[in-house]
Design a protein around this ligand. Structure first.
Ligand SMILES: *Cc1c(COP(=O)(O)O)cnc(C)c1O
Length: 393
């Protein structure tokens, strides 16, 4: 069984490139070149250097002593929250900006929901001196004002998507439209392990530095490279892809994917794609997707903007289908409680996305000798107002 993409761009039955004819040249150019470019020693050197000196890698693998004591197992946190800009997303945007430069692109477009990927993209565009246009739903622009300000400060243009529900999926449609109209000079930086092949694989490879580091860090800490469990929250699936990557073919390492159940899986306000999703096509790939009986995409809901997505990347759909990963869904309330708990037990305020991964310990029991690595995907500064409102702090 392979958990990696095959040469046709599929993970089992999921993946592929379902794109309009007019997008074909752009995606094909990327597909033909991405592996070659990533394998160039110069590319690797530039990527590694920026990850070290600009992003601040390697990020620590921190043994969470008090949290471990509470749940009577050994919990390590992979501290992606300490990356520049506060989350794992920058690992991917650094890789893609270098890719865009190698492909001689001069203009970058991106979509963003909560604004985290928009900020990570605007950041690397400033770094590389490239023009940056970020599409964002009009509703999201209003509710994520601090991130809009950050993008502008970094020199990006934020263009509102004013059609449909005026949120992430509409911003994505606008970005695709832009790419069709600007096929030669523009690279589209997708922010998660989603989209047409080769995006999910390319994003997973850029994020794989997370599990590459975890291996040697755990060897130092525990005398072995492999933990018993790797746990990550899943929106589109990029932090999970990075945390799992070098463990995919290690059957002794159990993988846990945590989705947002919102107000409860069956309340109609949820983003638990593995339970509620059926096979369908979204953003250019065949995957599991929340939809009505006649195939209309259902509006997802989660208190966390980064998990508020109606699909999951094709790699994760395959991990679900083959049972390689166990999928657990966590409600808003459970996540918020876990976020407060980590803050007060370890002095680390996590992003609300990440809090979902931390919430599994209430229900799932581990053995005292188990080593559990959690992808601490981001820090909670951006979510402070949500925490404040929720806990009436
Ligand atoms: C965007 C985001 C996520 C969800 O995206 P994935 O691609 O599934 O990783 C999770 N955590 C944080 C902190 C984020 O910013």
């Amino acid at each position: 069984m392979s958990y990696h993409v095959n040469e046709k761009g599929y993970y089992g039955q999921f993946g592929g490139a379902f794109i309009p004819e007019m997008l074909y040249p752009n995606v094909e150019e990327l597909r033909q070149n991405y592996l070659k470019i990533m394998a160039e020693p110069d590319f690797k050197k530039d990527f590694d250097k920026l990850l070290k000196e600009y992003v601040g890698r390697p990020t620590p693998l921190y043994f969470a002593k008090r949290l471990s004591k509470k749940y009577n197992t050994k919990i390590y946190l992979k501290r992606e929250d300490l990356c520049h800009t506060g989350a794992h997303k920058i690992n991917n945007t650094i890789g893609q900006i270098l890719m865009a430069k190698r492909l001689k692109k001069t203009r970058i477009i991106a979509e963003t929901g909560a604004g985290q990927h928009g900020v990570a993209t605007a950041t690397v565009c400033a770094l590389a001196g490239l023009e940056c246009i970020v599409y964002m739903g009009e509703i999201d622009i209003a509710r994520q004002a601090p991130n809009v300000a950050r993008m502008k400060m970094l020199g990006a243009e934020v263009r509102p998507a004013i059609s449909g529900s005026r949120t992430l999926k509409d911003a994505t449609n606008e970005a695709i439209r832009d790419w069709i109209n600007n096929p030669v000079d523009t690279h589209y930086i997708i922010g998660s392990a989603v989209g047409p092949h080769p995006y999910p694989d390319m994003v997973a490879r850029f994020q794989s530095v997370v599990s590459e580091e975890t291996k040697w860090q755990l060897k130092e800490a525990e005398g072995r490279e492999n933990p018993d469990y790797v746990v990550a929250c899943v929106g589109g699936g990029s932090n999970a892809a990075g945390a799992y990557y070098h463990y995919l073919n290690e059957p002794n390492v159990k993988l846990i994917a945590v989705e947002a159940a919102g107000k409860g899986i069956y309340t109609g306000e949820s983003a638990a794609t593995s339970v509620l999703g059926k096979e369908g096509v979204i953003h250019g790939s065949k995957t599991l997707l929340m939809q009505t009986n006649d195939g209309q995409i259902t509006e997802p809901y989660s208190i966390s903007a980064g998990l508020d997505y109606p699909g999951v990347g094709p790699m994760h759909a395959h991990l679900y289908e083959t049972k390689r990963a166990e999928f657990i869904s966590v409600t808003d309330d459970e996540a918020m409680t876990a976020g407060l708990e980590l803050s007060q037990l370890e002095g680390i305020i996590p992003a609300i996305e990440t809090s979902h991964a931390l919430a599994i310990f209430e229900d799932k029991k581990f053995k005292p000798e188990d080593v559990v690595v959690i992808s601490l995907s981001g820090r909670g500064d951006k979510d402070l107002n949500t925490y404040i409102d929720y806990f009436k702090l």
